[in-house]
Every structure is written in C-alpha cells, then in structure tokens.
Design a binder for this molecule. Structure first.
Ligand code: C2E
Ligand code: CA
Ligand code: CA
Length: 353
C-alpha cells in the first residue's frame, strides 16, 4: 500500500519533493505552479487513492502565494487532513482540539466546539429560508460557552482560522448527513473571521474541505464576514471575494449598519446577502430615520440582486415594520434561538418547512 501511494504521488506530482515523514505519512511540496493545476493534481490523487483504499487514507492540502513558510504550510495541511477524521459533532474531543490544547495552554483551548444553527425565515409565510451556523464551546463540565467568551482570544492567539475551518467542515458534514436522511437542503452561512480570510492559504483550505463533500453544492454554503474599515483592506477584500466567487463561494456582509455604515464597502464589493445589524432593527418601529435607511438598503439590494436579511428580530412589531420596509428575510429570537443540530433538524427540517 505504501509503495502504491508513493508511486501515485510520484506519477502525479513528480518525484523531486516527496517525503516520507512518518511510518505511513507522506508530504509532497509542489512549488512554482498555479492554484488550478495544484487543485487538479490533488483531486487526481484523492480520486485514485480513495477508490483503491476506501476509508483507509486521509489527505490534507493547502496552498500559498508569494512568501510562505513550508513548515506552517505542512502543519496546516496536516490539521486539514486530521479534520477528515472528525467523527462526532456532539462533543467528542477531536484531533484539532487535541492539537489546540497541546499548543495553547489556556482554559479556552480545552473546550470542545460544536455548530448550533439559527434559522433564517421568510417573513411572508414563516417558511425556512436558510440558517446561520454559530459556534458554541462545551467545557469539561458540559456547560455551553457562547462565542463572545473565546473568539477574541482565538483571534489574538492566531488559532481562529482552525476554528473557522473546523466549523465549515462540521457544517458540511451535518448537511451531508441531512441529505443522506432525505431532509430538505438548507442553505447555511458560516462566520469567517477576517484573519482567516486574509490568510492566503484559506481559499485552498476551504476548497479542500469542500472537496470532501462533493454531494453538497458550493452554493449551499455562504461565508459571513463583518464590515471592515480602511481602504487597503477594502481593496484586498474585494480581490479576495472575487477570487472565492470564481469557485462558487458567496459572501454575506454581516452586521451592516453597525458602528458606522461602511457604504463604500457595500458599493464596491459584490455580496450575495446583506445582513442588517440588530441595532437598525431594534428601533425600527419607532425611528423614522432607521425606517428610511432600511427601506433604501432594501431597494439597493433588490436592484443589485442581493438578498437582505434582518438580524436580531425579537418582536412582532419589528417584523411588521421590516415587511413594510420591503425586507423579506429575518433571523432572530422571535423565530428561534440558535439550536443544536438535532433540535434544528426536528423543528425546521422534519416539518417539511
Ligand atoms: P453574529 O455573526 O452577528 O451572530 C449573531 C449573534 O446574535 C449570535 O450570537 C446570535 O445568537 C445572536 N442573536 C440571534 N438572534 C438574536 C436576537 O433576536 N436578539 C439578540 N439579542 N441576539 C440574537 P452568538 O451566537 O453569541 O455569536 C456572537 C458572535 O460570535 C457572532 O455574531 C459572530 O461574530 C461570532 N461567531 C459565532 N460563530 C462563529 C464562528 O464559527 N467563527 C467566527 N469567526 N465567529 C463566530
Ligand atoms: Ca454572522
Ligand atoms: Ca451579525
């Protein structure tokens, strides 16, 4: 088996940069190429080896442009490879978390993470229009920890990317499970930190993760990013978004209208969905300016084929005001809190919503 794997790798990537790093682990470096060629070769290796050794091998790959550290690249590919083996969403310790705990000696690192789902509804008839995946930590006592308590730490210590990729993988795995149960397909948005997005290897990592779930079309996942400030970032972000779009990955602009409305970002980057921040929705029923703002944002969205989703809807009055302003989709406690996958499935997928 090892001989066959080595031969396949040599045939696909050439023999110069193949290393056997462990008993049964190989690392291949494939320099001076373009992403499409690289991805094509990775797919060839995966198809060939998985057909011959189903469920016996794991593959992880990642990509960098410009200056990079081979060591980090290999480490990243390894953590993606280990994600292939994540068996249990409901709280078993995963390879990712073990690594996390080993490298980062903080209480936060010892939590397990799971994806909760909060429905997005069509306010006209209450039907399910999608969902947002929201991370929850589970500590050793089984307590649920909200993301507010650990996201910032993960952003600071550089491991937010691992969490974001882990969440994407968890969501795809869940969608695949729902599909195999014959449940309706639901479009899910996954939050992705700017740190993850600006990391040049993330696109390849995301594509690699998606390639494990060919049964889930790329359009069934959206990535939510928050508003950013600064012209530099905006230009970079625009090109990143364009890059991802080529591979069918769409973006939602999260928290639109919070802090200061970043109109230029709204106008220069093509988002699939604009999510109206809770602060705009909150006082909508009694604030004329909020109402006009929302009406205008909704009109722009309509004209440019973007979906507009109102966040943090808590009351019937807010729903009525949103509908009056032309906004159709909403998410908020008025409909449901974020739910663990089993509950979400029971309440929103099995009812044939
Ligand atoms: P967000 O993306 O703006 O997510 C919406 C937050 O509003 C969620 O908080 C949700 O539980 C809460 N929410 C939903 N409906 C209502 C409502 O009607 N009223 C009120 N008051 N709140 C509502 P949560 O789950 O605590 O998440 C907080 C933030 O953590 C998220 O804000 C997001 O920025 C971040 N986050 C969550 N999951 C991930 C993840 O997987 N990766 C990254 N990078 N960030 C994440
Ligand atoms: Ca979000
Ligand atoms: Ca939001």
């Amino acid at each position: 088996m090892l001989q066959h794997i080595a031969k396949t790798l040599g045939d696909v990537f050439g023999k110069s940069f193949i290393f056997r790093t462990w008993d049964a682990e190989f690392v291949v470096l494939f320099p001076n190429t373009i992403l499409e060629v690289f991805m094509g070769r990775c797919t060839r290796v995966r198809t060939s080896l998985q057909r011959r050794y189903p469920k016996q091998i794991r593959i992880g790959y990642t990509w960098a442009d410009g200056v990079f550290s081979a060591r980090n690249l290999v480490r990243e590919a390894q953590s993606i490879m280990r994600c292939e083996n994540v068996q249990d969403l409901s709280g078993e310790r995963t390879a990712f978390l073990e690594e996390h705990a080993m490298h980062r000696d903080t209480p936060e690192a010892r939590q397990t993470f799971v994806a909760y789902f909060q429905p997005k509804v069509d306010m006209r008839d209450g039907s399910l229009a999608g969902a947002e995946a929201l991370v929850r930590g589970i500590d050793s006592m089984g307590n649920i920890i909200p993301p507010g308590q650990f996201i910032e730490t993960l952003e600071k210590n550089g491991s937010i990317r691992e969490l974001d990729l882990y969440m994407l993988e968890s969501v795809l795995k869940q969608l695949s499970q729902w599909k195999s149960q014959g449940l309706p397909a639901v479009r899910v948005s996954v939050n992705i930190s700017r740190f993850t997005l600006f990391n040049p290897t993330s696109l390849a990592s995301i594509l690699a993760i998606q390639s494990h779930y060919p049964e889930i079309p790329a359009e069934q996942i959206e990535l939510e990013i928050t508003e950013t400030a600064g012209d530099m970032e905006k230009a970079t972000l625009a090109s990143i978004v364009d890059n991802f779009r080529e591979f069918g990955i769409e973006f939602d602009l999260d928290d639109f209208g919070s802090r200061y409305a970043n109109i230029s970002m709204f106008s220069s980057i093509r988002f699939n969905t604009i999510k109206l921040d809770r602060s705009l929705v909150n006082d909508l029923p009694d604030n004329e300016i909020s109402r006009m703002l929302v009406e205008n944002i909704v009109t722009i969205c309509k004209n440019f084929g973007m979906r507009c989703v109102a966040e943090g809807v808590e009351t019937r009055l807010q729903e009525a005001a949103l509908l009056k302003a032309g906004c159709i989709y909403a998410q908020g406690y008025y409909y449901s809190k974020p739910l663990p996958p089993g509950k979400f499935e029971k309440e929103f997928l099995q009812k044939g919503n």
